[in-house]
Design a protein around this ligand. Structure first.
Ligand SMILES: CC(C)(COP(=O)(O)OP(=O)(O)OC[C@H]1O[C@@H](n2cnc3c(N)ncnc32)[C@H](O)[C@@H]1OP(=O)(O)O)[C@@H](O)C(=O)NCCC(=O)NCCS
Length: 295
């Protein structure tokens, strides 16, 4: 049995295996898998037996935040330790650069929850996935909004620096720059909102792993209006009408705001974090973070 870094040449087999183990209606595309791998190509592995891929794991990092999955082992080879080998391989890699190591798992996947407990993960607060529609949001025209695509390179760089400095994130060393650049290169959409010339929120549209909107709003008396206006402008700039938006329930205020916006709760997903890598340093953050994976 060989555990190797996942390369493009493995993706065809990974696609077939992923289709089989998750019993998907349609297989993922190779492009989708390639994109998943770009979140951190050094944290993704395959298990090879008799020259065939029988297991795989993806990992992704955002600065010092690291997340595992998806992962799968061929049914004929399950229960003999391959999943554990793969997960530990990714964990060992994530430990070299991350302060947070986590994953998300559907509540009904009780077998997996048990497996992750055995591997040293503990339960954290769940994440909510909401459906959001442009019909629910009207523009207020209160603040200054910018489409990141319409500004010059230098201005864009200034804005990316301001996003990096958004309240609470500086101490955590988390940077969204790679994701934002990926969003730009994938012809996504990004909107930033200023209150009194200070950048107080941004939202980006992303297609991976499914179409969703993510972003941050500074927690303050104007947070609801910044959220509303930034989202309304993002819908306007991009032309998108319906999307998912995800928030971890540790951001109680963020959940309240989405409910107030009439977003429909679609799913609640369990979050688990590796003991010792639970990311408590973000508890003091004043930023409301609307995105998957961030603890
Ligand atoms: C989840 C999955 C990747 C695990 O891979 P695996 O190779 O079967 O797991 P392992 O044999 O390495 O077992 C890992 C641990 O889980 C335990 N375990 C395995 N099967 C189990 C089961 N049916 N119930 C409870 N625990 C189980 C093992 O005992 C082991 O713990 P231990 O080392 O303390 O004994 C595999 O079952 C799979 O592909 N499932 C379908 C896809 C999926 O759900 N992926 C995960 C979500 S992204």
């Amino acid at each position: 049995m060989l555990i190797l870094r996942m390369e493009d040449e493995h993706l065809q087999e990974v696609r077939d295996l992923d289709y089989l183990v998750f019993q998907r209606n349609t297989p993922r595309t190779i492009l989708n898998l390639k994109n998943l791998k770009t979140y951190d190509k050094d944290g993704c592995f395959v298990c090879i037996i008799n020259k065939k891929v029988v297991g795989y794991i993806f990992a992704r990092t955002f600065g010092q935040e690291g997340f595992l999955g998806p992962a799968g082992v061929h049914p004929e080879f399950q229960g003999i330790g391959i999943g554990k080998e793969l997960i530990n391989k990714s964990i060992d890699y994530l430990k070299t650069k991350c302060k947070v190591i986590g994953l998300e798992v559907l509540p009904e996947k009780t077998k997996n929850i048990e497996i992750y407990h055995r591997l040293g993960f503990v339960s954290a607060l769940p994440s909510y996935i909401f459906d959001i529609s442009s019909n629910d949001i009207d523009t207020l025209h209160k603040f200054n909004n910018l489409d990141l695509y319409k500004v010059g390179t230098r201005k864009r760089e200034d804005i990316l620096n301001s996003i990096d400095k958004l309240n609470g994130l500086k101490a955590s060393n988390v940077s969204y720059r790679n994701d934002l650049l990926r969003s730009i290169s994938c012809k996504g959409s990004i909107c930033v909102t200023y209150v009194d010339r200070k950048l107080c929120g941004f939202f980006a549209y992303s297609r991976i792993p499914f179409p969703f909107i993510w972003g941050i709003v500074e927690d303050g008396s104007y947070d609801y209006n910044v959220l509303k206006e930034c989202l309304a402008n993002l819908f306007k700039y991009s032309g998108y009408r319906n999307c998912k938006i995800i928030v971890n329930t540790r951001y109680k205020r963020a959940v309240e705001l989405l409910i107030k916006l009439n977003c429909k709760l679609d799913k609640s997903i369990n979050r688990m974090l590796l003991k010792g890598y639970e990311g408590n340093y973000l508890t003091e953050s004043k930023a409301l973070i609307f995105r998957p994976w961030i603890s």
